[in-house]
Design a binder for this molecule. Sequence first.
Ligand code: UDP
Length: 327
Amino acid sequence: MKTVLVTGGAGYIGSHACKALKAAGYIPVTFDNLVTGWRDAVKFGPFEQGDLQDRARLDEVFAKHRPVAVMHFAALSQVGEAMSEPGRYWANNTGGSLNLIEAAVAAGCLDFVFSSTCATYGEHDNVVLDEQTPQLPLNAYGASKRAVEDILQDFEAAHGLRSVIFRYFNVAGADPEAEVGEFHRPETHLVPLVLDALDGKRDALTVFGTDYETPDGTCIRDYVHVCDLVDAHVLGLQWLESEKGSQVFNLGTGSGFSVREVMDKAAEVTGRAVPCNEGPRRAGDCTKLVSGSTRAITELGWEPRRSRLEVMIADAWTWHQSGHYEA
Ligand code: UDP
């Protein structure tokens, strides 16, 4: 069986990717520093604790497991934090990724699947966001990810590293079997916060900004189910294995939902009201981020199956009620 090195495999998306990789016949080796990830989330293959900034540790792990490819999820990913602590984002996301890429090349592991983000696009009024849209990030999170995309291009030219880059829109939902799910401490993402609020686990949800130029004044995002997202990663890996070359794919559904629409849908799915109050805009937030590309569907053969808002919320609710991790 082929081994894949999954950085951030103890995190939300990485743990779902490990499950999908195992189901597809790979051995997922998780590499994670457990700063935001959970040991309990590593259920589908070996675990190697380590930090991306520790090159010697990376070399050791590449030598021990001899992966055929890397799936690189490990990153800091909070827009608000990126505004106040940009240095951590550049060091961790860009510096750590450079270290990983260099270690992969040194080990002769030349297939690389990278988690990028729609935050690399920034604010574009009335522009369909496809893979050719100029990348003008508004925050250090997006900027630190865009820089890694540039590094991957340079390493392809110099060292033959092949990459599939996925620019995610907003990831939500959980494994329907609730073996893994979304669990951040502190939590900052909309869907789990809405569920916490309606379940009485926190006082109320604060809506960040109600004066955006959108129909109800709140920000619009394109939500994609985590299981669909990781399915695309397995297809991306197979794309590289079949030597189709490097490519960039947006992963979104093309449908946007406002913060209020997400709250309303959560109330409908759970039968509970969402206590909320209105707050100021969060620094670094774009008004609207919705994918305008079908490249992943037409070229990669991606078939999103669970990315309907009610399914994402229902799966997140099942996980919310059943699961959590211990450190
Ligand atoms: N949001 C909100 N209140 C919260 C958390 C998020 O209104 O407590 C909004 C946020 O401003 C954004 C959307 O929900 O418009 C999604 O935010 P999230 O942090 O989940 O993902 P991001 O878009 O930052 O990747």
